[in-house]
Ligand binder design. Structure first.
Ligand code: COA
Length: 331
């Protein structure tokens, strides 16, 4: 047995305002039919002005702590690429709002793979005894960075957050995170990007909106998530037949179905909540987990693989046997 990071609590939160496809079609050259058939999305949640990623992260974090039955952790790790400010990180303010001022807190930026990267970071810090417990949050508000006039991105993204509490345990107990696989390819930096606002492009007329080369990203997402799941499965000694539920980043329902086909895993064993939340970026995987857990799709002892793909380009996966916990999430 080895020291391992074990999932001890799960929570998620979406802002109350719902934007339907018809509401977008009233503003943009698109239709409910196009959005449903090309993405699988029916609606998404969007923040009101004044609500930021930090607020969503705090709500999800509070629910994960409740789910774990604790008010304390040693560390807060927040995956986001829509931080409240370019500087400093958002995690310290989230920690303070949760009554955790004093603990270590930092952000991880890997766009839609951010939650898997944050889990791996937290698992490493638990494994090396830097921390005994970590609150890992994934939260994004892409409605604040998508161009209101860009139909190719605006219909896809929604705002949301999810979180888990990790505790030190042993690698054979339910909830232990195993078989991590992380990857990146910076040659694809321009495929998913906000070009301006960093140190590279400081000119006043640079494009400050989020841009995505959808069709190229689509092909990469299928390939990278499928390969990454296979790598994780090999590392934990499972085959596709052993997997009860794949919980992928919710990018597009056609991507999820293509991954299922590629992996030879029936599509019923792939978690899907994209119809109700859209692509919530770093919030996507924990929101899909919370949705599956509260609907009874995800049961204790189920063999689960989490996988993500996103900007960077980045991708990553991890596997676990689902623990006996009660998720805190009101859809
Ligand atoms: N409504 C109507 N038409 C739209 C549209 C919309 N919201 N968005 C794009 N179109 C049009 C395009 O302009 C294009 O028209 P054209 O053929 O006249 O040029 C046509 O639909 C096809 O565009 P394309 O980009 O090839 O569509 P698609 O089927 O690839 O769907 C995405 C676009 C964004 C939904 C899809 O590419 C996607 O999901 N990509 C991956 C996203 C992802 O994985 N993200 C993960 C990391 S964030």
């Amino acid at each position: 047995m080895g020291r391992s990071a074990v999932v001890a609590g799960l929570g998620a939160w979406t802002p109350p305002r719902v934007v339907t496809n018809d509401m977008l079609a009233a503003e943009l050259d698109t239709s409910d039919e196009w959005i449903r058939t090309r993405t699988g999305i029916d609606r998404r949640h969007v923040v009101d002005p004044g609500t930021s990623t930090g607020h969503l992260a705090t709500e999800a974090g509070r629910r994960a702590l409740e789910s774990a039955g604790t008010a304390r952790v040693d560390l807060v790790v927040l995956a986001t690429s829509t931080p409240d400010r370019p500087c400093p990180a958002t995690a310290p303010v989230v920690a303070a709002r949760l009554g955790l001022a004093g603990v270590g807190a930092f952000d991880v930026a890997a766009v839609c793979t951010g939650f898997v990267y944050a889990l791996a970071t937290a698992a490493g810090l638990i494994g090396t005894s830097v921390a005994d417990s970590v609150l890992v949050i994934g939260a994004d508000t892409f409605s604040t960075i998508t161009d209101p006039a860009d139909r190719t991105t605006r219909v896809v993204f929604g705002d949301g957050a999810g979180a888990v509490v990790l505790r030190a345990g042993d690698d054979e107990q339910p909830g232990a995170l195993r078989g991590f696989d992380l990857g990146s390819d910076g040659n694809g930096v321009d495929l998913i990007t906000v070009a301006a606002g960093g140190s590279e492009h400081r000119e006043a007329d640079a494009d400050g909106w989020f841009r995505m080369a959808g069709a190229q990203v689509f092909a990469q997402a299928v390939r990278r998530m499928s390969e990454s799941v296979r790598t994780s499965l090999t590392r934990v000694g499972w085959t596709g037949d052993d997997v009860d539920l794949v919980v992928p980043h919710q990018a597009n329902v056609r991507i999820l179905d293509a991954c299922a086909r590629d992996l030879g895993i029936p599509t019923e064993r792939v978690a899907k909540n994209i119809d109700r939340v859209g692509n919530t970026v770093a919030g996507s995987i924990p929101l899909a987990l919370a949705d599956a857990a509260t609907r009874g799709v995800l049961k204790p002892d189920a063999r689960v693989v989490l996988t993500g793909f996103g900007g960077g380009l980045t991708w990553g996966s991890t596997a676990l046997t689902w623990p006996d916990i009660t998720a805190a999430y009101d859809d």
